[in-house]
Write a protein that binds this ligand. Structure first.
Ligand code: ATP
Ligand SMILES: O=c1ccn([C@@H]2O[C@H](COP(=O)(O)O)[C@@H](O)[C@H]2O)c(=O)[nH]1
Length: 242
């Protein structure tokens, strides 16, 4: 009798959303290479057990349209800057992944010839099947959206088994845990509970999109070591929304 110890993933294809803000690590702005390298290792472990990984990275470490608008800038220009920030994060993540010998494609919702490929769903699915990580950047390509919505949109388009949102908090709480120390964490919620309680960890457009297409969401702390492997092998980490 032969015994195999190979980890069996529960998910075949995921859409991983990483917080831009968490990419800055201990820095006040920008990208901490240590965080990138750690995430590259974690993603490499998923590829190693046969999980197909689509990736959306936020832009909160660089620019958010809403904040720029609050400071006086035209909102659409601010959102364009935010989307461009996600392209910079995508390029930095590709560099870290390729230094770890993980083949990576970067596709942008906004054409950017000579820098990254233009988003093409069919090509993205082919690349995922070939074992490449595909980074979807520039959000949805439209202002007034967020990368949470882009993650749900791309997750639905590529027929991912789940959208996994890695962020600075370890799940969804009854209130923002940074603002309310009495907030309690949920292990699971329905989409409608998140909407009714107006829980702010993900924007409500993203939740509606996921609900309407039955896409499960899991919110987790992306700084917890080994967390991605634990999730894809079925450990109940963070908060499940479905
Ligand atoms: N009910 C809640 N439960 C958990 N976190 C919440 C809640 N309400 C608000 N938050 C806040 O939401 C943040 C995560 O969402 P946010 O959209 O700001 O960041 P992100 O998408 O992770 O980052 P980025 O915009 O940088 O990509 C948490 O850091 C937390 O402070
Ligand atoms: O579809 C999209 C996605 C994003 N934006 C802008 O980019 C920034 C950064 O994204 P986060 O999700 O906040 O990390 C966002 O604030 C928007 O300004 C967009 O316009 N459209």
């Amino acid at each position: 009798m032969s015994t195999t110890f190979k980890t069996q993933p529960r998910y075949k294809r995921i859409l991983l959303k990483l917080s831009g803000e968490a990419l800055m690590g201990d820095l006040g702005f920008g990208i901490d290479p240590k965080v990138l390298d750690r995430m590259a290792l974690e993603i490499g472990a998923l590829i190693g057990i046969g999980v197909q990984v689509g990736l959306v990275i936020g832009g909160g470490n660089l620019f958010r349209g809403e904040a720029l608008s609050a400071a006086g800038m035209d909102r659409v220009s601010g959102d364009h800057m935010g989307m461009l920030a996600t392209v910079m994060n995508g390029l930095a993540m590709r560099d870290a992944l390729e230094r770890s010998n993980i083949r990576t494609r970067v596709m942008s919702a906004i054409p950017m010839s000579g820098i990254v490929e233009h988003y093409d769903r069919r090509r993205a699915v082919r690349d995922l099947k070939d074992g490449d990580v595909v980074i979807f950047c520039a959000g949805t390509g439209n202002p007034f959206f967020t990368t949470d919505s882009a993650a749900c949109l791309r997750g639905i388009e590529i027929e991912a088994d789940a959208v996994l949102k890695g962020t600075k908090v370890d799940g969804v709480y009854s209130a923002d845990p940074y603002l309310d120390s009495t907030a309690v964490k949920y292990d699971s919620l329905t989409y409608d509970e998140v909407l009714d309680k107006k829980l702010g960890v993900m924007d409500l457009t993203a939740i509606c999109l996921a609900r309407d297409h039955g896409m499960p969401l899991r919110v987790f702390d992306m700084n917890s070591p080994g967390v991605l492997t634990r999730i894809v092998t079925g450990e109940k980490v963070g908060t499940l929304i479905e």
